[in-house]
Design a binder for this molecule. Structure first.
Ligand SMILES: Nc1ncnc2c1ncn2[C@@H]1O[C@H](COP(=O)(O)OP(=O)(O)O)[C@@H](O)[C@H]1O
Ligand SMILES: CC(=O)OP(=O)(O)O
Ligand SMILES: [Mg+2]
Length: 403
């Protein structure tokens, strides 16, 4: 067996899912990938793609009670391909950790102290950090000898100036309760801003980029010469853009009104804003494909949901243009950003005065490659740049343990 192991297992534990990939950092090859979803429900599902063996996808539907059981099931799938967690070729396990607070500005080898700090942040990331902690503990139990690395969603945003990171509320209250804007999806914003610079043939330190990460969760960021100076998510991943099921920006008095006058409990308001708002709250669907299909059939509710989504997006493009002063590129990424040409077209429409435009022909091209969609004459590049959070997590993990 090899003296210098080069494989990294990446675990992305969400509140009810675990996504995973096994990569070989010697050549960047993806050896296996998969997803466990609906953890804790009666119809959990595991989909495993044994990429190294070229075999077909394997699916199983069976109840998976918790994240620990999910990881054991993943380990069994990998072992069936001869890629088990006991492999001496495994160099490390990289964990996506959503909330790293102010402390973690870079990927970090997980020690008891690091785990305690991730636990301390649970009150400001109740949906995400507990799942991440279980993922880490289970992986540690399976391979106690292996370095486990935390790669934080918040890390890339720790460069934000105080003027962008602080809410305008009483400072003592804010400090006592860790209330500030942290930002999320940082691994994606970092990766995509760098890839955008590459697409322009420039070094990241030479360009200003507005990154629009539009997945189920969605966030925008203003990246100045490689450093994040503002982002749309805040204390939690609820602030900012309209998302699949989250409201994004809201007058905080809406919460007070719901509490005082609609008799809703804190948990009910939490569920309303995180799970029953955004696109799904507006029109009953959170998948942009379905919304476009309904719009094509003349559905007015779907059209309004789309318009609200795009209106918010356009406001953030304008805001971050102002924050940056000069912009070299606007990059669309994640499920919606990479695939939904009508969203890109509508978000940039009317912004010619800012030097922004989309070429209809280029925008219609479907491709998995980074590409420009602005006309050649445009002052600002508009680009589609596919994100790869797993590759970025694996790279950061491997760089840290092989240094
Ligand atoms: N072909 C497509 N056209 C429009 N939207 C799409 C398409 N494919 C995926 N999407 C959108 O992407 C979303 C998922 O994005 P993704 O980045 O995978 O999200 P997450 O990682 O947050 O689960 C889907 O909910 C859907 O709205
Ligand atoms: C932090 C966050 O919003 O993540 P996701 O988009 O995976 O829900
Ligand atoms: Mg994603």
């Amino acid at each position: 067996m090899t003296a210098n192991p080069t494989r990294v297992l990446v675990l992305n534990s969400g509140s009810s899912s675990v996504k995973y990939q096994l990569l070989d950092m010697a050549d960047g090859a993806r050896l296996a990938a998969g997803l466990v979803e609906r953890i804790g429900e009666e119809t959990s599902r595991l989909v495993h793609s044994p990429l190294a063996t070229g075999g077909g996808k394997r699916e199983q539907e069976a109840p998976i009670a918790d994240h620990e059981a999910a990881l054991q099931a993943v380990a069994a799938e990998l072992a069936a391909d001869g890629l088990g967690l006991d492999s001496p070729e495994l160099a490390a396990i990289g964990h996506r950790v959503v909330h790293g607070g102010q402390k973690f500005t870079a990927p970090t080898v997980i020690t008891d102290e690091v785990l305690a700090e991730i636990e301390r942040l649970v009150p400001v990331a109740p949906l995400h950090n507990p799942a991440n902690i279980t993922g880490i503990r289970t992986a540690q139990a399976l391979r106690p000898d292996l370095p486990q690395v935390a790669v934080f969603d918040t890390a890339f945003h720790t460069t934000m100036p105080e003027s962008a990171a602080r809410y305008a509320i009483d400072t003592a209250t804010a400090d006592a309760h860790m209330i500030r804007r942290y930002g999320f999806h940082g691994t994606s914003h970092a990766y995509v801003s760098r890839e955008t610079a590459k697409l322009l043939g420039k070094d990241p330190s030479e360009v200003n980029v507005i990154v629009l990460h539009l997945g189920n969760g969605a966030s925008a960021s203003a990246v100045e010469r490689g450093r994040c100076v503002d982002t749309s998510m805040g204390l939690t991943p609820l602030e900012g853009l309209v998302m699949g099921t989250r409201s994004g920006d809201l007058d905080p008095a809406v919460l007070l009104h719901l509490s005082r006058n609609a008799g809703m409990s804190t948990d009910e308001i939490d569920a309303l804003l995180n799970k029953k708002s955004g696109l799904i709250g507006l029109c009953g669907d959170n998948d942009m494909r379905e919304i476009r299909r309904r719009i094509d059939e003349g559905d007015a509710r779907a059209q309004l949901a789309f318009d609200i989504y795009v209106h918010r997006l356009k406001k953030y493009i304008g805001a971050y243009y102002a924050v940056l002063g000069t912009v070299d590129a606007v990059a669309f990424t994640a499920g919606v950003g990479e695939n939904a040409a009508p969203v890109r077209e509508a978000a940039v429409a009317g912004l010619e005065a800012l030097g922004l435009a989309v070429d209809a022909g280029l925008n219609a091209v479907r491709s998995g490659e980074p590409r420009l969609i602005s006309p050649e004459s445009a002052r600002v590049a508009v680009a589609v740049v596919p994100t790869d959070e797993e590759l970025e997590i694996a790279t950061q993990t491997y760089d840290l343990v092989s240094a």
